[in-house]
Structures are given as structure tokens and as C-alpha cells.
Design a protein around this ligand. Structure first.
Ligand SMILES: CC1=C(/C=C/C(C)=C/C=C/C(C)=C/C=O)C(C)(C)CCC1
Ligand SMILES: [Fe+2]
Length: 562
């Protein structure tokens, strides 16, 4: 069961240095973990995760934690044993930095300048009106599965194919060759057949800034052959014009139900003009983003059957959402759950300067991440009175008030305060569900516990241990499971305790008791997101393409779909 830690336990400054400051040493050879407890025999496969691992190159330092060079790591579980390995993503960014022995590629919070004579990014100054340098391929946020292929992802137009077994870096793929997007989320959705649904922003398509929803099929004729990319078969599903051409919203994820896509056009925006001049002004991309507290948050509901947005104009108060939790349909309404903030201060807290000195003072959250449930009526009765609540569901206190001119103002139900990095049993994605697994965040944005929140009973279970910093908890179902929470929770735990090694934690998802931990004597980083690859998925025919096989037409001109 959960081991309580003092609720006010604060990570000392030295712990912050261990977690965020130091470059992490990669573990190239698989190392065997010491397992205590018992890993369920059915749990066989690989937990593959991504996150920033290196924040200093030579004498130069990144400014922000999200700038760090991507470090992939994996826990391979077989017959109760666990093997760990880690490897830096060999992105063009990583290679250019290592070769120059300094940071030469710009990241989210750090603008960098390459040596003019050694500019491997020489093609860089072409796309965005010759002003914005090519974006980074330091794919540090998540892992995406496309058919049998795995990619490390970030939020730019680049993804990097990886070998999920060896953690080797394969092709660099430019989304722009297939879909007209300059940015894309690192949180795609998958349908039951494994087709990928993702969203991106097209900034410079003939001045028509828009949000693009696209699908990558799980299979396509001829793609089983080595090096054939499923991305070639990507299809634009729907485009939504940005309310403002020069300041599209920033978003980190989106929601889906069985028939709808939920996109929040929030007042946390990118300023394209600022971005176009950032390089010459010597400021970071992050400084080109701002929260407009006087604006609204527009809720776009896209019908997957007609591929068109629902015409009603739904909106809510200004907020900032990074993570959608889940969404589903109930009695003619779309219900969606998000982790919402009052402002964009979260990104401010992850500046390394704040994480190193005066941590306690600098990292107090001014806005607490809050689980909120919204309800959106799909059919608005024209005769309903202005001011009336269109939500008649017994299951939620969320409201949607009818206004004039087909506008509907949505007010959420607050469910829980102080949680981030939400995960669910993905078999319930887009469908009614009951449980959320997340990291509990108290006074600072750094998780101290793992949480199971029961939406039905509004109760929670927690796991925490002194000097242990949990990562996102991932749910793996028991084969043939009937109950939504029949399975285990996996989380990579970083320890700052001098006598405690980092470990893979295995919890029973039902009661949050510890089933096992697999400790490894390595320099483990605090990661962001990842996925579990069941051993059954590694079948003989699913060969990993070799490194020499480049992405097809890698030098072909970019001809994205409109
Ligand atoms: C490089 C780059 C970007 C990177 C953003 C990143 C790396 C965001 C990471 C967010 C995370 C990790 C959120 C967790 O909740 C932008 C702003 C999209 C635009 C321009 C270039
Ligand atoms: Fe995320």
C-alpha cells in the first residue's frame, strides 16, 4: 500500500542538482536489475521512455529543462527479470552539439548560434521567410508507434525513428514532406486498429495559419518492406483556421471520443512575428509564447464521421491545458477531462536557474494543475432559453449555458487538485472510464507521489517514498482483464537517497500495493513520457530496418498536402 511521506517534504537544493543539473551517463549495455518482490509472470515486454538527459555541452548550458538532449531508456521484462539500458538519441542536434562541443542548435528555452563555418544546418534559413532557423530534431518528449515502427517525438516538424530494442537512432523524418505542419504534438492518439491520429499547426501555408488533424494508417500496401514509411500514407483529416493568423494557440495534446476530436484553442499563444525575429534578437522560442488572460478558450469539437467541426461556438474561461486525460460521449454530450492551469506559469518553473537555486522559493506553483471535467452539448435546441443550462446529465455538475448567436459558455466541474502526467487504461480511451493514474504535485511541479483517482467515488490511492521522484505512471492491463483497473502501474523512480538506487516500480493498479521493484545501479534521469511494448508484439516478421536504410526521398522537395 502507499507508504506515506511527509506532505511538506521538500527536495533539498542538492537533490535538485542531482535530478536536473547533472548530465546523465548513458548505459549502453543492458544491465540486470535487482528485483525485490515478484513481477507478475504475464508481464513481459519493454517499457520504453524518453526525456531530457543532458543540459550542458562543453561550457554552454541550456536554460530550460525541456531543452535537454533526448535520452531514451528501457526496462525489458522477461520471466520476472528486468534489464535496463539507456542511450542518447543520435539526433542531428545531438551530433552537431557534440562535434562543436557547445550548444549550436536552438531549443525551446535556448537560442543558439552555430559556428558560421561549420553550419550543418545550412539549409536552415529557408523555410519560414528566411528568418526562423530550422527547428530542432532533439525529440525528447515521447515515443510514438506507427505500425511496427517507433519514433521519438517532440513538438517540431521532426520525428526520429528508433530501434526500440537497441535504442539506436534511425531515420530523421520531416512531417512537412507528408502533411503541411510546422509543429505537431508529441501526444498522438491511436484507434483500435493502431492508426495514429495527431494534430499540428501550419504556420506559413500562404498566410493561412491553421490547425491540421491528420491520420497515419497502421498498415499500407508495400510498407512491410524495409524502409517504407507509413508517413507516406498520412492523410489530412480536417483543418481548422486559427482565430488569429499571427498568433496561433500553443497546445500539447488533444482529446478524442469514439466519434469526435476535441481541440482547445487556448489563449496561450505563439507570436509568429516574434518568432520570425527571435534569431536576430537573440531570444528563445519560449519568449515568443504568451498567455492572454483577457481572451477566451475556444472548444472545437470535430465530428470524425463528417470530418467537419460542430458549428456551435463553444467556449470557456481562459486557461492553459497541457494534458488531456480522456473524453467520451454520453446522452448527446461530449464529456472531456483535462489538467488545467489558470495561466502559463508552469513553463516558467522549469527554467534550470529556478530548479537549482532557491528552489523552494522559485518553484512554488502559482497555479495548481487541476482535473476539470467539461460537458459540451452536441445538439443545441434553437428554442432553448438564453441563459439556460443545456447539460441535463446526472453524472456531472459541469454546465453549458446557452447564449445568443449559437454561442455556448461551458463551465467545468472541478474534480481534483494537484496532479499531472495523467494516464488511463488506454482500452478506455474515448470511452466511459473511471480511473486516472497520475503524478501528484503539491507545492512544486515536481511529482512526489503516484496517484490513482477514482472519478466515480472521488477517492484516491497514493504511493510515495522518501527521496523518490516518480515519473509518469503507465498502466499495463492483465491479459484478458475484465475490470478497468486490472493490471499494473509501471513508473521509473529516480532516487536522491544516497543508499537507494533508482528503480522500476511495479504496483498493483487495483489497490496500489507494491508488487515489485527492479533497482539498477545507473545514472537514471527523470523522464517525461513513453509506452509499453508487450513481448507478444515482437513477432519474427516484424524486423527492425537497419540504420543504413534512409527515409525514402529524404532529399525530395517538400510537397505537403494542403
Ligand atoms: C523547440 C520548439 C518548441 C518546443 C517545445 C517543447 C520542447 C515543449 C515541451 C513541452 C513539455 C515537455 C510539456 C510537458 O507538459 C515549440 C515551442 C513548440 C516551438 C518552436 C520550437
Ligand atoms: Fe506531455
Amino acid at each position: 500500500m502507499s507508504i506515506p511521506i511527509a506532505s511538506s517534504s521538500l527536495p533539498p537544493t542538492s537533490s535538485m542538482e542531482i535530478i536536473f543539473g547533472r548530465n546523465k551517463k548513458e548505459q549502453l549495455e543492458p544491465v540486470s536489475a535487482t528485483v525485490t518482490g515478484k513481477i507478475p509472470t504475464w508481464l513481459q515486454g519493454t517499457l520504453l521512455r524518453n526525456g531530457p538527459g543532458m543540459h550542458t555541452v562543453g561550457d554552454s548550458k541550456y536554460n530550460h529543462w525541456f531543452d535537454g538532449l533526448a535520452l531514451l531508456h528501457s526496462f525489458s521484462i522477461k520471466d520476472g527479470e528486468v534489464f535496463y539500458r539507456s542511450k542518447y538519441l543520435q539526433s542531428d542536434t545531438y551530433n552537431a552539439n557534440i562535434e562543436a562541443n557547445k550548444i549550436v542548435v536552438s531549443e525551446f528555452g535556448t537560442m543558439a548560434y552555430p559556428d558560421p563555418c561549420k553550419n550543418i544546418f545550412s539549409k536552415a534559413f529557408s523555410y519560414l521567410s528566411h528568418t526562423i532557423p530550422d527547428f530542432t530534431d532533439n525529440c525528447l518528449i515521447n515515443i510514438m508507434k506507427c505500425g511496427d515502427d517507433f519514433y521519438a517525438t517532440t513538438e517540431t516538424n521532426y520525428i526520429r525513428k528508433i530501434n526500440p530494442q537497441t535504442l539506436e537512432t534511425l531515420e530523421k523524418v520531416d512531417y512537412r514532406k507528408y502533411v503541411a505542419v510546422n509543429l505537431a504534438t508529441s501526444h498522438p492518439h491511436y484507434d483500435e486498429a493502431g492508426n495514429v491520429l495527431n494534430m499540428g499547426t501550419s504556420i506559413v501555408d500562404k498566410g493561412r495559419t491553421k490547425y491540421v488533424i491528420f491520420k497515419i494508417p497502421a498498415t499500407a500496401p508495400g510498407t512491410k518492406k524495409k524502409g517504407k514509411s507509413l508517413l507516406k500514407h498520412a492523410e489530412v483529416f480536417c483543418s481548422i483556421p486559427s482565430r488569429s493568423l499571427l498568433s496561433p494557440s500553443y497546445y500539447h495534446s488533444f482529446g478524442v471520443t469514439e466519434n469526435y476530436v476535441i481541440f482547445l484553442e487556448q489563449p496561450f499563444k505563439l507570436d509568429i512575428l516574434k518568432m520570425a525575429t527571435a534569431y536576430v534578437r537573440g531570444v528563445s522560442w519560449a519568449s515568443c509564447m504568451s498567455f492572454h488572460r483577457e481572451d477566451k478558450t475556444y472548444i472545437h469539437i470535430i465530428d470524425q464521421r463528417t470530418k467537419k467541426p460542430v458549428p456551435t461556438k463553444f467556449y470557456t474561461d481562459p486557461m492553459v491545458v497541457f494534458h488531456h486525460v480522456n473524453a467520451y460521449e454520453e446522452d448527446g454530450c461530449v464529456l472531456f477531462d483535462v489538467i488545467a492551469y489558470e495561466d502559463s506559469s508552469l513553463y516558467q518553473l522549469f527554467y534550470l536557474a529556478n530548479l537549482n537555486q532557491n528552489f523552494e522559493e522559485n518553484s512554488r506553483m502559482t497555479s495548481v494543475p487541476t482535473l476539470k471535467r467539461f460537458a459540451v452539448p452536441l445538439h443545441v435546441d434553437k428554442n432553448a432559453e438564453v441563459g439556460s443550462n443545456l447539460i441535463k446529465l446526472a453524472s456531472t455538475r459541469a454546465t453549458a449555458l446557452k447564449e445568443k448567436d449559437s454561442h455556448v459558455y461551458c463551465q467545468p466541474e472541478v474534480l481534483y487538485e494537484g496532479l499531472e502526467l495523467p494516464r488511463i487504461n488506454y482500452a478506455h480511451n474515448g470511452k466511459p472510464y473511471r480511473y486516472i493514474f497520475a503524478a501528484e504535485v503539491q507545492w512544486s511541479p515536481i511529482p512526489t507521489k503516484i496517484l490513482k483517482y477514482d472519478i466515480l467515488t472521488k477517492s484516491s490511492l497514493k504511493w510515495g517514498e522518501e527521496c523518490c521522484w516518480p515519473a509518469e505512471p503507465l498502466f499495463v492491463p492483465t491479459p484478458g482483464a475484465k475490470d478497468e483497473d486490472d493490471g499494473v502501474i509501471l513508473s521509473a523512480i529516480v532516487s536522491t537517497h544516497p543508499q537507494k538506487l533508482p528503480f522500476l516500480l511495479v504496483l498493483d493498479a487495483k489497490n496500489f500495493t507494491e508488487l515489485a521493484r527492479a533497482s539498477v545501479d545507473v545514472d537514471m534521469h527523470l523522464d517525461l513520457h513513453g509506452l509499453f511494448i508487450p513481448a507478444a508484439d515482437w513477432s519474427a516478421e516484424k524486423q527492425i530496418p537497419d540504420k543504413t536504410q534512409e527515409d525514402e526521398n529524404s532529399d525530395a522537395p517538400i510537397t505537403p498536402q494542403a
